[in-house]
Design a protein around this ligand. Structure first.
Ligand SMILES: [Zn+2]
Ligand SMILES: [Zn+2]
Length: 407
């Protein structure tokens, strides 16, 4: 069965390449890029299949068990555009074209000076006979790398100026994970290339890691009430865990300027003291949007405003542009020491239970009536109330129901 699907996929790839891509490359005098074109068709087909599967699975689930019901879904459309540009290959192709030459030169220079460290299999030969173990090892390393990359996106003002495009969506759905500034995509491309040079991820493993990561990212951004259970939420990033990362009032504050940075495994947040497990589902967005800050509605507006924020962040006189968020910063009072993970998890669960009785009443412009924060980021979080309440009504309401935030 799998062989049949693979054969059909390869036949479709060859047919698309021969009938569409090859004639275009020939007409433009770019036949030297034929191999790249063939790979691009594969990437495109993966994207089509991925979008179809995710849409068929997550869209009905979002309708069935939404965190928020939106009367007007216009704000979601731009995220669909980001997803199509990203998944179908246009943005990755642009990033590749900009980076291929400098990375190739760097790779050549490193090899010339015998500075290529090799790959994981060179260091751990046992992985050569165990492809699944090898895949798991690469997956863990790439995910750890993604955790730190994401933390730095919040840590540096210039990077946050770009990453805030991702956070400015107040109608977060499974389409939102590709919503990034183009310069952010470029920086992430450089970051990923550096890691690939360092640990030599095999291409086949890389594609699989990319597909797994994207699938989980689609799920974690979904407008979906889906509990993984106390243990499950600590094993894999859930919709609620990532929603807390996007929360107005919690996602961008505290000592670490946010919490729940993990892409696949909350393990990294638990290890580095940035995990926050909430019973509540938070309203998403950036604090200063409530004070009227504009992050743009359309694609180009978001991109242009992102560049303006970047220039402002890089200007010598700039202290910080995120005053509205920092105004509520309360720090992350607890951090976990390496090696104390099991006892810390227990403490965190206890803290989570007690914090629900210890809510701040006046920190937030609207009462944070359902705050039940865990240890990492003790800052007020703006909850969504009932699943049936339009989001605009929720965000102008002065009261909300704690019961509506429970699963
Ligand atoms: Zn983020
Ligand atoms: Zn996100």
């Amino acid at each position: 069965m799998i062989e049949l699907i693979t054969q059909a996929f390869v036949a479709l790839q060859a047919s698309l390449f021969e009938s569409v891509v090859q004639p275009v490359l020939f007409a433009l005098g770019l036949t030297t890029y034929a191999e790249l074109g063939f790979d691009a068709v594969e990437f495109f087909l993966y994207g089509v299949i991925e979008i179809a599967l995710v849409w068929l699975l997550l869209r009905p689930l979002e309708s069935l068990r939404p965190v928020e019901r939106w009367a007007d879904r216009r704000a979601v459309r731009v995220d669909v555009l980001y997803t199509l540009l990203n998944r179908l290959g246009l943005i990755p192709l642009l990033v590749f074209m900009l980076l291929a030459v400098p990375i190739g030169d760097l790779d050549g220079w490193l090899r010339l000076h015998d500075l290529i460290p090799g790959n994981l299999e060179d260091w751990l030969p046992v992985l050569r006979e165990r492809p699944w173990l090898s895949f798991a090892a690469y997956l863990l390393i790439i995910d750890l790398n993604d955790y730190w990359r994401h933390r730095l996106q919040h840590r540096f003002d210039f990077w946050w100026a770009l990453h805030s495009v991702h956070h400015s969506q107040r109608q977060m759905s499974f389409w939102s994970d590709s919503r990034n500034h183009l310069l952010d995509d470029l920086i992430q491309g450089v970051w990923m290339a550096a890691v690939s040079l360092l640990i030599g991820v095999p291409p086949a493993q890389f594609v699989l890691i990319l597909l797994v990561t994207r699938a989980v990212e689609n799920l974690s951004h979904a407008n979906l009430r889906l509990g993984f259970g106390a243990l499950g939420e600590r094993l894999l990033v859930s919709t609620r865990f990532h929603r807390t990362h996007h929360a107005i009032g919690a996602g961008l504050k505290g000592r670490y300027r946010g919490c729940n940075f993990a892409v696949l495994f909350p393990l990294w947040d638990l290890l580095f003291g940035t995990a926050r497990f909430d019973d509540a589902y938070a309203a998403t967005g950036i604090g200063d949007q409530l004070q009227g800050a504009d992050y743009g509605e359309g694609f180009w507006q978001q991109q242009t405003l992102g560049v303006k924020r970047l220039l402002a962040a890089l200007a010598p006189s700039s202290s910080s542009h995120r005053t509205a968020d920092d105004a509520y910063a309360a720090g992350c009072p607890q951090t976990v020491q390496a090696g104390s993970l099991p006892s810390w998890i227990a403490r965190q669960s206890a803290a989570s239970a007690s914090n629900s009785n210890n809510r701040p009443s006046s920190d937030w412009p609207m009462p944070a009536t359902s705050l039940s924060a865990s240890a990492a980021c003790m800052v007020p979080m703006m909850p969504v109330s009932g699943a049936n309440t339009p989001i605009t009504a929720q965000r102008t309401s002065s009261t909300s129901s704690p019961s509506g935030n429970r699963q």
